[in-house]
Every structure is written in structure tokens, then in C-alpha cells.
Ligand binder design. Structure first.
Ligand code: ADP
Length: 490
């Protein structure tokens, strides 16, 4: 029976192919690193040809481990979001390097749009803010600055797309130029109401609608691969941006269910069901899933510094040799002795949005040592997450549970502290590759291996660890009061 699911997980620093059994168990995986190009300060590029070649190579590597292409029921793709590729639809060749999501080169254009008073209207329609992070202004930059892109636009052969769109085009031998609604919702060009690219938004950003892909579901029969590539025509049945895929992978499919990924920074998404998010707290609204044309939405917020604070304790202060030692240090003392860290080392993200803010260590005394600093660093994760939770609640999206993943989520002490300070149950899956698992769930549901996404998520989600809130109100209140005082100093 052909019931394996092939997931192509195209990340910022590497490309992977992963083979899942239909019960969500990972069977095989192959990974290749991706070259990062930094042509100028603030610019980050990838080579689209390299992305495609490595993706294909990773897929070719794992397909035999399923017993051949005949054993693969479907393909799911998840990708680094907002990164833009421009190619010629007749030749299938890239016309420029991809501009990566981290790239800041379009800030002057964004600033001009903000100054002209467009942000409120754009946020109302797209759920996004006018920031270089998103795809639309990157497309405009390519048109303005790369002559072959402009020439292809004039000749009517230009194709723009985010990375999943580029990969589907190549995987289908150029037959399909599509993007899924979750990736399209990161472009500044798509209205959240109808999940279609919008003529007025295209005009505002100066991006030709004709160059954009068709917007399709995140799961369903979306396209078929070119049979000459992997041995047979395999249906592509799941497509989603990485954070949306991780949210699905954590089975956050009902309103209020929330996932937080604690890696270098922290990304939080709360499912909103069919309700279109409207933030008054500078959070983002985004499409989570679209199956049979029916959409769910999510509210999204991120903090810039999470695991990187632990890295700083390790590399700059030498307080620990490896990140996981913070756990034993935090446990070795009953409290941080009044030490509070505000991790504004790179400004503050949601909900504060203060680029000029800088880090603070408050409450130092002669009794403060390594353990107090390590504990204060971990406590800062709960404090930052608490402020995000307050913003989500103010936007009408209170959290029911918090499902955590990412490298830092391995820290049991931090997981318990999150439950204590937030006052919600924190859940952590045993299988931490939630992004790839989410893409597998979408593909499995889209291929009809399960009746719907909810049943796929139920069946494929592995074992969980749970952390229940146990902290007294007085302790929590005192912690948060000290945090607010330190935050004011940042
Ligand atoms: P990314 O995907 O952003 O590269 P990861 O999800 O791999 O990040 O997480 C790595 C981060 O988590 C590092 O910054 C590291 O300092 C931190 N980290 C890893 N393990 C632990 C731990 N047990 N306790 C605290 N922090 C940890």
C-alpha cells in the first residue's frame, strides 16, 4: 500500500526531505545545507537553482527508503516564509537570486508607504504591517533593480512566487504556478477576507497581478509531480508556510489553541478558527489553513530574543558551557534573588515594538551569581510570553493551552515556569519536528488518508508531556511587578 508521506521542508539554512508513515512516525530523512549570500549589509539572498537542486536531491535520497515512488501516497511542502523568487515561466530559469525574509533592503520603500499613510489600510486588509519582512516590497525591488525581471514582466513571461510556489513549479515540470493561502497571506498583496491577490494592493506596491501565482488551498489535490522526476506522478496535497505548518503540527486547530516555538527567537500563533484577526496591538493576522476553500486564521506575534539569550550567557559571559546547564542552575536556588533580565538585546518585538530598547539586568546584589543569572534568563521567557499573552487577550484571542516546541522547549524547568506564570497548561510533544509533521498532516488530509485535517492531526500527533500551573498568585504577582519595573528601564 502506498501510504508514506514525503515532506519537503525548505528552511532558511537547510533543505530537508522527510518520509513519514501515515501514523505520523518519521521513517527517513535527508538534509542539505543552503548557501547564504550577504551581498551588502542588511541583504540576504539564496540561489533558487540551489534550492531546487538540493530539494530534488533530498527527495531522491529518501524515496528509495519508502521502497520506491509507488509507495508514496502524497507530498507536503513547508517553507521559509516571505522569501521571493522571480523566474521566467517559459524557460523555468530564475531571473535573480531569491530575496530572503530577513532582508531589510526595502525599508525605504516601506517607510515611504507608511509616511503616505497607507499602513492602517494595508493592515486592515492584509493583517500585516508595512515592514520589509513581507514579500510584496521585495517583488517591487526586483522589478525596479534587476533588468531581466523587468524585461520578463514586459514580455509577459515573469513569474513571482514564494519558495513553495517555485518548488511546485519545478516539481510539476512548469505545469503549475500556484501558492497556498498561508504563504500568500505573507505578501502584503492578499486580502484576508477572500484570500485572493488584490488588484488595489498590487497597484499600491507596483507588482503586476499577472506575474503572481494562483492562490490554492493548503491541503487537497493541488498538483501532480512530473513523472520523470521521482519515478511516477505523485500528488502534491499539502502546502504551508513553516509557522503555519508548525501550528498544524501542534494540532492547534480550534480557537484559542496556541503554539510557541522557542528557538533563537520565539514565534507564537493562536488559532482563531474562521474569525478574521483584527489586531489593535500590532500583532499580525494570517491564514492558518484552507481546505475545500474553507479558511482558518491565526494571530501571530514574535519576540526577538529567546534561545539567543542563553547563547549569550554561554558565549559572552561563560556562565554555562552548554545551554541545557541553565536548567540545573535554575533548579539549584529557590528564586532568582531579585535578579530580573530584560532581553532587549536587539530591541523589543511584540507587543512593545521598540527597536531602540536595550537589555537590562536589574536587582543585582553581592549574592547574585551564575545560578541567579541563569534562572533570571529562563524566567525572562515566561515574562516575555506573559506580555504577548496579554496582547493576544486584548485582541480577543486568549490562550487555552500553550503547546511549545523549538530547541529551548527541551528545558523542563522553563516549561514548568511558563505554565506557572501564564496560568495555562503547557504541552510539549515528544516529536519536536512540528513543522515537518504539520506538513505531513496537511498532505495526509489533502490526499484523503484521513477524512479531515482534525483527524489527521489527532492520529499523527505523538505522545505529550504536560506541565500544569502550580505557582501561588502572590509569587506570580511579585515576579510580574519586578519584570514591569525592569522593563520600564529598558
Ligand atoms: P533555531 O531553529 O532558531 O536555530 P533551535 O530551535 O535549534 O533554534 O533552538 C536553539 C536555541 O535554544 C539556542 O539559542 C539555545 O541556546 C537554546 N537552547 C537549546 N537547548 C536549551 C536548553 N535545554 N535550555 C535552554 N536553552 C536551550
Amino acid at each position: 500500500m502506498s501510504d508514506y508521506i514525503l515532506v519537503l521542508d525548505e528552511g532558511t539554512t537547510s533543505t530537508r526531505a522527510m518520509l513519514f508513515a501515515s501514523d505520523g512516525v518519521l521513517v527517513a530523512s535527508h538534509q542539505e545545507p543552503l548557501t547564504q549570500h550577504y551581498p551588502q549589509s542588511g541583504w540576504v539572498e539564496h540561489d533558487p537553482a540551489e534550492i531546487w537542486e538540493k530539494t530534488l536531491r533530498c527527495a531522491e535520497n529518501v524515496v528509495p527508503k519508502a521502497g520506491g515512488a509507488a509507495m508514496i501516497a502524497c507530498i507536503g511542502i513547508t517553507n521559509q516564509r516571505e522569501t521571493v523568487v522571480a523566474w521566467d515561466r517559459t524557460t523555468g530559469e530564475p531571473l535573480a537570486n531569491a530575496i530572503v525574509w530577513q532582508d531589510r533592503r526595502t525599508e525605504p520603500f516601506c517607510a515611504a508607504l507608511r509616511e503616505a499613510g497607507h499602513e492602517a489600510g494595508v493592515q486592515e486588509r492584509t493583517g500585516l504591517l508595512l515592514d520589509p519582512y513581507f514579500s510584496g516590497t521585495k517583488m517591487r525591488w526586483l522589478l525596479d533593480n534587476v533588468p531581466p525581471v523587468k524585461a520578463a514582466a514586459d514580455a509577459g513571461t515573469l513569474a513571482f512566487g514564494t519558495v513553495e510556489s517555485w518548488l511546485v513549479f519545478k516539481l510539476t515540470g512548469g505545469a503549475a504556478h500556484i501558492t497556498d493561502a498561508s504563504n500568500a497571506s505573507r505578501t502584503l498583496l492578499m486580502g484576508l477576507e477572500d484570500a485572493q491577490f488584490n488588484e488595489e494592493l498590487c497597484e499600491l506596491l507596483g507588482v503586476p497581478l499577472a506575474a503572481l501565482p494562483g492562490v490554492v488551498d493548503t491541503c487537497g489535490p493541488l498538483a501532480m509531480t512530473d513523472p520523470s522526476l521521482l519515478g511516477r506522478a505523485i500528488p502534491i496535497t499539502g502546502l504551508a508556510g513553516d509557522q503555519q505548518a508548525a501550528t498544524v503540527g501542534q494540532a492547534c486547530l480550534a480557537p484559542g489553541q496556541t503554539k510557541a516555538t522557542y528557538g533563537t527567537g520565539a514565534f507564537v500563533l493562536t488559532c482563531q478558527g474562521s474569525r478574521i484577526p483584527r489586531s489593535t496591538n500590532r500583532l499580525l493576522g494570517t491564514v492558518l489553513t484552507q481546505c475545500d476553500g474553507v479558511r482558518t486564521y491565526a494571530i501571530e506575534g514574535s519576540v526577538f530574543v529567546a534561545g539567543s539569550l542563553v547563547q549569550w550567557l554561554r558565549d559572552s559571559l561563560g556562565i554555562v558551557e552548554v545551554a541545557s546547564q541553565t536548567e540545573a542552575l535554575a533548579r539549584s536556588i529557590p528564586d532568582s534573588g531579585g535578579v530580573v533580565i530584560v532581553p532587549a538585546l536587539a530591541g523589543l518585538g511584540a507587543p512593545h515594538w521598540n527597536a531602540e530598547a536595550r537589555g537590562v539586568i536589574a536587582g543585582l546584589s553581592f549574592a547574585s551569581g551564575k545560578a541567579e543569572l541563569a534562572r533570571a534568563a529562563l524566567e525572562a521567557m515566561a515574562h516575555q510570553t506573559h506580555d504577548l499573552a496579554a496582547a493576544f487577550t486584548a485582541d480577543g484571542a486568549p490562550w487555552k493551552t500553550l503547546r511549545i516546541d523549538g530547541g529551548m522547549a527541551a528545558n523542563d524547568w522553563m516549561a514548568q515556569d511558563l505554565a506557572d506564570v501564564l496560568g495555562v497548561t503547557v504541552e510539549r510533544p515528544g516529536f519536536v519536528e512540528t513543522t515537518a509533521l504539520g506538513a505531513a498532516m496537511l498532505a495526509a488530509a489533502g490526499a484523503g488518508l484521513y477524512p479531515d485535517l482534525g483527524s489527521a492531526a489527532q492520529a499523527m500527533r505523538g505522545r505529550l508531556s504536560k506541565f500544569e500551573p502550580a505557582m501561588g498568585d502572590d509569587v506570580r504577582d511579585a515576579r510580574l511587578a519586578a519584570w514591569r519595573k525592569a522593563l520600564a528601564a529598558a
